[in-house]
Design a protein around this ligand. Structure first.
Ligand SMILES: [Cu+2]
Length: 148
């Protein structure tokens, strides 16, 4: 009878040990999965980051425009009509003693009052025809044609 009890105890001990081993393995696997998913997340976010950077660079390249000067002189915009590309900038400079504005008829831009020597710059990101005036002298008219 004693031998049987000892045997039962042994078997119980072996089973118990087996259970502990399994539990440890489960924990280990969970930890490994966590580590793997962390690494994957890092790599994915790195990829997303680098894609963002590329997009930003491409956007910058697309918008690398030139600046074209329009003078405001003798109550006229010179040149009166100007043709530019999307991403280009117009820089108006008032050379008159009188104040002037460059104000879009559709409220797309407005320099506000430009005193002598003052400038206003506007970058055009959308193609179209922009007709503008000086609000102080509304007969002063100009046109910006932005080509895609
Ligand atoms: Cu004016």
């Amino acid at each position: 009878m004693n031998k049987l009890i000892v045997l039962l105890l042994l078997i119980t001990a072996i089973f118990a040990a087996g259970c502990v081993d399994n539990a440890e393995q489960v924990i280990d696997e969970t930890e490994i999965e966590d580590e793997v998913s962390e690494i994957v997340e890092d790599e994915v976010s790195d990829l997303v980051d680098s894609e963002d950077n590329e997009t930003t660079e491409m956007d910058t390249e697309e918008h690398m425009g030139v600046t074209v000067e329009v003078m405001i002189e003798d109550f006229k915009f010179a040149p009166k009509d100007i043709r530019i590309s999307v991403g280009d900038t117009i820089k108006w400079t008032n050379l008159d003693t009188a104040p002037h504005t460059a104000t879009d008829n559709n409220d797309m831009f407005d320099s506000g009052t430009l005193e002598k020597g003052e400038s206003f710059s506007m970058t055009f990101d959308e193609a179209g025809t922009y007709e503008y005036i000086c609000t102080i002298h509304p007969w002063m008219e100009g046109t910006v044609i932005v080509e895609a």
